[in-house]
Design a protein around this ligand. Sequence first.
Ligand code: TXA
Ligand code: MG
Length: 337
Amino acid sequence: MNFDTRLMPYDRESVSEAAELLKRGELVAVPTETVYGLAANALNENAVKKIFLAKGRPQDNPLIVHIASMKMLPPLVREIPDTAKALAERFWGGPLTMIFPKSDKIPSVTSGGLDTVAVRMPSNEAAREIIKKCGFPLAAPSANLSGKPSPTTARHVFDDMNGRIPLIIDGGECAVGVESTVVCFKGGKIHILRPGGITAEMLSEFGGVEVDKAVTAQPEKGERVLSPGMKYKHYSPKADVYVVNAHGRAFEEYCVKRSRYESKLIALGAGIAERGVFLDYGKTPEIQAQRLFALLRRADELGAKTVLVEMPEQNGMGLAVYNRLLRAAGFKVIELE
Ligand code: TXA
Ligand code: MG
């Protein structure tokens, strides 16, 4: 791990370069519509091991396998439930990941030792062109150092991965900004393990939807969780993050009061004009999702010790924002009367 990391804009030349490296078992950071991914040949055990090393990721946290066409799916899985077929037809390519029983083609490092595999088809053109050029599926977690906020620009990836990987493909800012929705099929229901761009409301057209309790609650120590990623502290800047359960004026006044005796404080308000300690993380859940990780990184750059974030909505895309924020905050919520 001592590379002279190159940044190349997405074009035909960089797609070829990326595919060459991936075929040789190297890692390449690629843009997707959700967040940047750190990609390796999903079927090559040695290549996938490099992902865990570059990120400092726990070995038991399985990776998502990315495909570019429906015909890439059957060899990777033992079974495709009818609901999964319908969801793929409606939401692929797009920010939806589905869990299937895995075939023998998927090495155990890729699935974190589980006998299931997570698969998604991104909509992002650069990601799809690279997968197509490779001809094999790509395992790709978010391209951040483990524990840090996920990267939504090539610059974020460079800040975390400089020297650790040979190439980053720059495809601009990610459109969605938070990672894909992850679902499994349990007890005849669509079970949401991680909320994202495809919302519970959107999925409910296709059957009963259940939100895993780990989405909004802290797992007990040692508790078995369906999605191993839910166990770990995540998305955290260096600063201490708190979700503040207050809105508008009440949130503003609370932050202003605290800022009088805390110098390194940043507040992320929903649609508050940028001034003093305030940064605007947007009025709608869609904008909040798009900005959240970038703002958490910015708070670090500004030297923040404490970041206070206005409570987001908890339905639609808001659930994804709330889930990431709770984890960034280590579940610290300040209740104002
Ligand atoms: O949008 C995304 O999904 C991004 C981009 C790069 O595609 N990728 C991403 O990967 O977020 P990662 O590794 O940061 O998150 C994968 C999540 C983790 O929470 C992991 O535990 C869960 O998916 N997961 C993966 N395979 C699983 C499996 N077989 N069963 C249950 N959960 C699984
Ligand atoms: Mg991640």
